[in-house]
Each structure stands twice: as C-alpha cells, then as structure tokens.
Design a protein around this ligand. Structure first.
Ligand code: ZN
Length: 186
C-alpha cells in the first residue's frame, strides 16, 4: 500500500464518483522501484453523518519486485471505513459520543476501539518518527534533543496529523498493528 497526498479529485456527474487525479509518481514501499497502473478500484469513504462518498482509486504494480499496491489517498486510514479526519477527530475528542444524535454516526464502540488502536500503536509510531523524521522531514535537531514525544508535537501542530503520519509510515514500508472491530475493512 502507498498513500498519496499530491492529488486532485475530479467529480464525474454521470456516476457520482470522485476520480483521483494523481500529481506525482509513486514508488514501491518494498523496493523503491517505479509503480505502474494496473486497475481501478472503487472505495467508499464514510463521513461522521453516515454519508458515503465513492472514490475511484488505483491499484499499482511494481516494475521491480512485481508486488501490487493499492494507492490510498490520504483521506483514508488503512483498514478503516471512516475517513481519517473522523478517526483523528475521535482520538482528539473533537468528535465525541455526546455529539452523536444519529445512529449513522460511528458507534461508541468503534470510537473506543480507534482510541485503543491508537494507544496500541503509539510506541511504534513514535519509534518510526524518531528514527526517520530528522532525515525525512528535516526536523530541527533541538526538537529531537528535547525527548518530547514527536507524535504529540505533530498532533499539536497539524490538524491533519493522522493523514500525515500514516502516509509517512506506510510509504516507508512500515505498517501499524490492526485491531479487529466494526469500523475495519481489508
Ligand atoms: Zn517493488
């Protein structure tokens, strides 16, 4: 799987779907070779009001190791139905169960499991950020020297912290541990 942030969405009036128009070449997270188009796949993004938005995404094949990778746009968290901003909103408690007056909202169990998933992966995320971010992100040495949790810094500095961190982790060939619950999808 690769996650991209450089793209535009083109709305197709005939079928009501959003097609992803990619702005950059993707590379294999396993061997860094060029990825080429293989097929298009439909994926739905779930919003907090219960609406589902259809997106046409690409499946890519590696010209080096021949592995296939779904090209996920950064709106999506891997293996989750809901879009990433709904998940980070729940983790940050911007979206809470108190707001949820519709049965179409993510259920309380789903939101609790997102928090469990996040807590489970926190040490892993922190480790990856700490070992690679000074090179990849050009972070100031002074931030690294303070031993402040980098993950918490990103959460403080960026509203789209989850999208940003997931892209960073998955495109380097790393992954997060899954947790089985009603909001997950393969
Ligand atoms: Zn490859």
């Amino acid at each position: 799987m690769v996650i991209i942030s450089n793209y535009e969405l083109e709305f197709n009036k005939e079928n009501g779907r959003f097609t992803v128009v990619v702005g950059a070449i993707s590379y294999c997270p396993l061997c860094q070779s060029l990825l080429v188009y293989r097929e298009s796949v439909l994926r739905y993004g779930k919003r907090e009001g219960g609406g589902r938005i259809p997106y046409v995404l690409r499946k890519l094949k590696c010209t080096g190791c021949r592995s296939t990778h779904r090209e996920l746009i950064d709106k999506f968290a891997p293996y989750k139905h809901y879009e990433a901003d709904v998940i980070s909103g729940s983790i940050d408690e911007i979206i809470t169960c108190g707001d949820l007056d519709s049965e179409d909202y993510p259920c309380e169990t789903t939101m609790t499991r997102w928090k469990e998933w996040f807590d489970l992966n926190k040490p892993n995320i922190e480790g990856i950020l700490r070992s690679t971010s000074h090179v990849m992100l050009g972070l100031d040495e002074s931030i690294l020297a303070t031993k402040k949790p980098l993950l918490e810094e990103f959460r403080r500095l960026r509203s789209n912290w989850l999208e940003f961190i997931l892209q960073f982790i998955y495109n380097l060939g790393n992954s997060l541990l899954p947790i089985n619950h009603c909001g997950s999808s393969p």
